[in-house]
Design a protein around this ligand. Sequence first.
Ligand code: NDP
Ligand code: 8X3
Length: 244
Amino acid sequence: MTKTAFITGITAGFGQAAARLFVRDGWSVIGTGRRQDRLDALAAELGGGLRTTRLDMRDPDALRRAAAEAGDVDLLVNNAGLAPPLESLHEADLGELTNVIDTNVTGLVTLTHALLPGIIRRKGAIINLSSVSATYPYRGGAVYGGTKAFVRQLSLDLRCDLHGTGVRVTSIEPGMAETEFTVVRNHGDQAASDALYADMNPMTAEDIAGMIHWIATLPPHLNINTIEPMPVNQSFAGFAVARP
Ligand code: NDP
Ligand code: 8X3
């Protein structure tokens, strides 16, 4: 039987690459995003294997409607998300911060809540996009890292809720991957994004999509709890010490 994947955020980056990969592998994909032109272009490219739904992750009614229309699915990829600019919390615009929380946390929980009964019926899987920022703090990352730590912990706790159901849950926690992520984080500044990824050979959307597909197609007795891919040229910095 054809398997169905519900992938959020297919208008760019990881989600777009994943939609291509799953459709080409014969899955039926339901893909979401806000930008209708991008949804239409991908639908034209991928044909009948992709069904698109224009959806804002901050709209709970729309999320519940989309879940009801989707019916039972085998895989939910909670991918749609974004980060606010790299500013300290007290200097950041509060509206931008709550926008990120509403998208990365509240929207993700609402959609997962709505789709889970059908995923349980299918003995399916959930793959959540967390981030290295869930584990490694950096300046200006408080709210983004906080949302991704939430996603990581939600994934682990969900495994307890779903114990015995056969449903698998994975938290993917990538480091730097060149997508539209940094353009969005910098209010559309492509040059800032180009500078961040210059000469460091970042991961690509296809790298992460390949991992999503690999995890989704593992034998059903295997669960990857968490996975933390990074580019070789990204590693860790030390603690900071102030001497006022
Ligand atoms: P992109 O900016 O390239 O893509 C983000 C996708 O999310 C778009 O399709 C966008 O669609 C969608 N999206 C954002 N906000 C909303 C919203 N309110 N409603 C509906 N859809 C929304 O980013 P990536 O592909 O890089 O990121 C995908 C996920 O991976 C995110 O959760 C991100 O935090 C995470 N991640 C990214 C890393 C990176 O380095 N790139 C590293 C670690 C994690 P649209 O704008 O059309 O609505
Ligand atoms: C995005 C990756 O390293 O910019 O989640 O936090 S990083």
